[in-house]
Design a protein. Sequence first.
Length: 255
Amino acid sequence: MTSQNDKARLFHALHVKGRPLVLFNAWDAGSARVVAEAGAAAIATGSWSVAGANGFEDGEHMPFPLALDNLRRIVGAVTQPVTIDLESGYGEAPDEVGATVAAALRGGAVGCNLEDSFPANGRLRDTAAQVQRLAAARAAADDAGVAMFINARTDVFFQKPAAEHDMAMVEDALQRARAYADAGASGLFVPGVVAESLIARLAEASPLPVNVMVMPGVPGRARLGELGVARVSHGPGPWRGAMQWLAEAARAAMA
């Protein structure tokens, strides 16, 4: 039987610069099984999708015990490594973030996303404060004996519309990447960035493998590989697509 730590190490190995790992984000055990059977190498949840599927808004409005129960169901439904979107860590203090990560590890996760913005308003946290939170997450993983893949999400590119993104924002993200790497992060997640020149600079200079999210304007997987990206997430896209199909089918059935 493959141990949790074996799965964690496998998940690390799947992050290869220039050969992006594709994560088609699931939201429950059923969707995770469908994605797994389609050939996914790993399973990832997306907080927006999980919250929406359970009747909540994104932004840590879904109770954490419910998110944990959902995680356990997913882990029990698939054999692939599972990474969970922990949003901002369900806590302000570093020890609270560490406790959240420890609970996710007990639930069977081998990876997690931790974002550097406040869930209430999307404003960026101070880099030093986020470093402390990431260090607490890494300490929790070390205590559990699991080489957890901590994907440090930076919301630098959510602070302005894409038309206003520039190299100064890239350098801000890279400064954070270096600090986050020193704190024990495993990857850098930069949702919101779409321009090829900015993605290329991030992938070239980041000390951590770069994760980009699929959204309008983002190049396709092959081009992202050429730019040096190591991971491509689909975020809420799969759930939104499923809900759109459901809405259209329901309307047609009741016409």
